[in-house]
Write a protein that binds this ligand. Structure first.
Ligand SMILES: [Ca+2]
Ligand SMILES: [Ca+2]
Ligand SMILES: [Ca+2]
Length: 277
């Protein structure tokens, strides 16, 4: 084996592998998503009717769809957990997600079918959205090609499906120019969110102001323009009784922001219409 082959092997196994932050290799491709501008700001009340057709959404996600994606990790973290359910695994968790933007805010929506609502975390730790039913939108703004783990420019906006709306229900994990993994609630004046529940099913509707979040995380961030490219991953946590359980990871493989989708800020989108024939 040549020195160069040895060196390449070392690079893949020692440098790339742990950099993925998990025991799955980093995918060699990323998804490109076109996320439209909203011309009318939604009312944040837990119904998405007024903007769902104007937002990015790519249909229903469940485990069977996830297993056919290139970022699927053979069930290491893309998985659901067994608590004696008798129904089909598709009934444990499925969801549609919505993302849009305007000059001031990012807009996030989710329509979730879930069989068990679990918002308890061990030790009641505020930052532990990953141990609670929660929908998290991971963003890098602006996106770059450097693999970072909640460093400068990386923000996760995590909404815990808790009817009691504790202060930790709208959480912000982020980096700054100097720090990684800063954990704090999204500043009150930067967020508005609503859940509407039907049993364990729920609809989430939220807006997050960009300047006080993305602008704090990365001094290079500028007010959004059509054509800007952000990074996006959706992480949907579903512990359902365990301390750390099921997850959907959509468009990326975890905290490594180089794996996240290339989210292009586009102009407004017209709703789909049926043809006459
Ligand atoms: Ca609404
Ligand atoms: Ca759940
Ligand atoms: Ca990066």
């Amino acid at each position: 084996m040549s020195y160069r082959t040895l060196l390449a092997g070392f690079f893949v196994s020692v440098v790339l592998w742990p950099a993925a932050g998990q025991d799955a290799p980093r995918p060699t491709q990323t998804v490109k998503l076109l996320v439209p501008l909203l011309e009318e700001a939604p009312v944040i009340d837990g119904t998405l009717d007024e903007w769902q057709d104007y937002a990015f959404s790519d249909g229903v996600w469940d485990m069977n769809r996830l297993r056919h994606t290139f970022w699927y990790d053979e069930g290491r973290r893309n998985r659901l957990t067994d608590h004696g359910e008798e129904g089909h695994i598709d009934d444990d968790l499925s969801a549609r997600y919505y993302v849009a933007w305007d000059r001031t805010n990012l807009y996030f929506g989710a329509k979730v079918k879930d069989n068990v609502n679990d918002v308890d975390a061990p030790g009641d730790v505020p930052r532990a959205w990953y141990s609670r039913d929660s929908v998290c939108y991971f963003l890098e703004a602006p996106r770059d090609d450097a693999p970072e783990f909640f460093g400068q420019g990386d923000s996760a906006f995590c909404f815990t499906a808790d009817r009691t709306r504790p202060p930790h229900a709208a959480w912000w994990r982020h980096g700054t120019a100097d720090e990684a993994y800063v954990e704090e609630p999204i500043p009150n004046d930067a967020v508005e969110y609503a859940f509407v529940f039907d049993g364990a099913d729920f609809v989430l509707e939220a807006r997050v102001a960009m300047a006080p979040t993305l602008g704090v995380s990365d001094p290079r961030w500028l007010p959004p323009q059509i054509g800007d490219v952000y990074g996006l991953e959706i992480v949907h946590c579903d512990p359902d009784g365990g301390p750390y359980g099921g997850h959907f990871m959509i468009y990326g493989t975890g905290d490594d922001d180089a794996t996240w989708a290339r989210m292009v800020l586009t102009g407004p989108q017209r709703p789909l219409e049926r043809r006459l024939e």
